[in-house]
Unconditional design. Structure first.
Length: 148
């Protein structure tokens, strides 16, 4: 009986490693994936612990990489925080990282860049577009003033 348990634990670890082999993931994403594959809670917990101990799974480094990618893409801090929350990153971690990695001046730069791309649009359309990208109202107002 012990070998059956050991083999299912190693199967959970193997599935999780294969899942992480394609892209970086959060703990929550791995947990949901393993649940869908039918593994028990203990097996999932063991697999996640194994992945953490061997540094295959680190939510903070995942969030840092994700934030950098989204800043480069032109997303605002509100949208980035929402996306991190959906991926299972706790709000304290996401707030801390977004605030440190995406200072207000950089937010303003990105918002102005987006406005430059939408020069021909009406002011209302520009505002909606920037807001949909996840920029706070005060950044939108400052960006509109700068781009005029």
């Amino acid at each position: 009986m012990g070998s059956v348990i050991a083999s299912s634990v190693s199967a959970a670890r193997e599935k999780a490693l294969n899942y992480l082999g394609r892209f970086a993931r959060t703990e929550r994403q791995v947990k949901v994936y393993l649940q869908k594959k039918g593994f028990a809670a203990d097996e999932i917990k063991d697999a996640i612990l194994f992945l953490r101990e061997h540094r295959f799974l680190n939510d903070t480094s995942y969030a840092e990489s994700f934030i950098q990618s989204k800043i480069h893409h032109g997303d605002g801090p509100l949208k980035i925080k929402q996306m991190l929350f959906q991926k299972g990153i706790d709000s304290n971690t996401s707030n801390e990282l977004v605030n440190s990695m995406y200072p207000q001046e950089l937010q303003l730069e990105k918002a102005v860049e987006l406005l430059q791309k939408r020069r021909s649009a009406t002011r209302e359309k520009q505002i909606r577009f920037i807001a949909s990208r996840g920029f706070p109202r005060y950044v939108i107002i400052q960006a509109l003033k700068r781009s005029q």
